[in-house]
Design a protein around this ligand. Sequence first.
Ligand SMILES: CC(C)(COP(=O)(O)OP(=O)(O)OC[C@H]1O[C@@H](n2cnc3c(N)ncnc32)[C@H](O)[C@@H]1OP(=O)(O)O)[C@@H](O)C(=O)NCCC(=O)NCCS
Length: 439
Amino acid sequence: MDNSQYVKWFRHSSPYINAHRGKTFVLMLEGDAIADDNFAHIIQDIALLNSLGVRLVIVHGARPQIDQALNVLNIKSQFHGDLRVTDQAALNAVRAAIGIVKSDIEARLSFGLPNTPMHGARIRVVSGNFVTAKPKGVINGVDFQHTGEVRRIDRQAIGKQLDQGNIVLLSSCGYSPSGQMFNLAAEDVATQAAISLRAEKLILMGEDSGLPATQGQAESDDGVISQITSHELSSLIESLSGEHKMHAQASLAAVQAGIQRVHLLSHKIDGALLQELFTHEGAGTLITGGDYEQLRQANIDDVGGILELLTPLEEQGVLVRRSREMLETEINRFKVIERDGIIIACAALYPYSAELAELACVAVSSEYRSGQRGDRLLNAISAQAKTENKNKIFVLTTRTAHWFMERGFSEADLSALPKERQSLYNFQRNSKIFIKELD
Ligand SMILES: CC(C)(COP(=O)(O)OP(=O)(O)OC[C@H]1O[C@@H](n2cnc3c(N)ncnc32)[C@H](O)[C@@H]1OP(=O)(O)O)[C@@H](O)C(=O)NCCC(=O)NCCS
């Protein structure tokens, strides 16, 4: 990376740094992650997040390590469905494996990270009896014994540790008030911790970079769904299996309980965590709680809804009048945000010269303003312009100049517009012209 690229990259990550500071993230690492070569990089990235003021709770699993310990002791586990029956002998293996993984993570976080960019970072990691468990019980006649599920998370105790800048480490086990230990699924601990702490994000790291894309889904270069709502995910879940299914189920439970964002990432990819948290493109699958709200391409059925949204703004003179016929012919230029079947926001993109396109008709219904829907539309329209190989977008506005300036637009003269757009300029309206370079 040359210096100018570096400077650009660093500047672009600063909004994310500000957004994440003081926020609580629950990060789950499978047992395989700890055994992976990339784990040293994950530790560095955890240290960096901690130093940027992110409140971090790490939840670790230990499935492969438990399997290994059982093998050594020559114990064959019984499974019913995906669930292990943890009898007393197996519990000893679980206890040993979890203890080793936990102390391994603590040791790695205590190591001064020499020869890394985080050299000298002092990290305090705290663990304890923060998870109360209960037995799974008897299901279809099978007693799962020491296999349990989360009963309660000690939110206050964890919160106090996070307030002091400590990282909290939770294992995939918990204790009952009667003093028994239970073997828990790391996904269950992570999800319940995120819900209890009202975390901003739950991040589940596994083998794969997220969920595989099928036709019609927004996908990244490596064939992974880049973003999906929990509503869309619930209709997809039956087609998933293995880790994908377990992570999807945990994500749905989290989102349905109010966690706004769940990220599925690969522990095998160097920097996946940073790429997901500090770049627009991300590195895995983002599951959002936007059940009732969806940003999408407009279609002909939306014309009525768009007219209802625009008419009051046209009457106030904020937007230029557009007829129903005009909207019908130009509908494919529009993006809308739909909530509960109602169009609550829209924006349009009109390509002009080879490099320029006009952003027009940006409107958010008055009841829904200041919820960053304008920003979401601007991002979607900018991404669309980039896919059409435009490198600048312009906008004409009479009353919203500062909103655009605060989002990187600069005022320009009429001469900056393409000739055909100049000839349409309405001098009576006297709109200001703003241009933004797309990066
Ligand atoms: C401009 C508009 C699209 C922003 O949508 P939004 O979803 O409310 O925007 P965001 O949540 O992303 O941003 C909200 C911020 O923009 C500010 N803002 C809203 N209208 C503004 C205006 N006319 N001038 C300057 N800032 C404005 C809000 O005060 C808020 O700032 P704050 O967070 O510092 O309080 C919306 O206010 C709207 O529909 N306005 C009427 C139509 C319009 O003017 N369209 C542009 C025509 S070119």
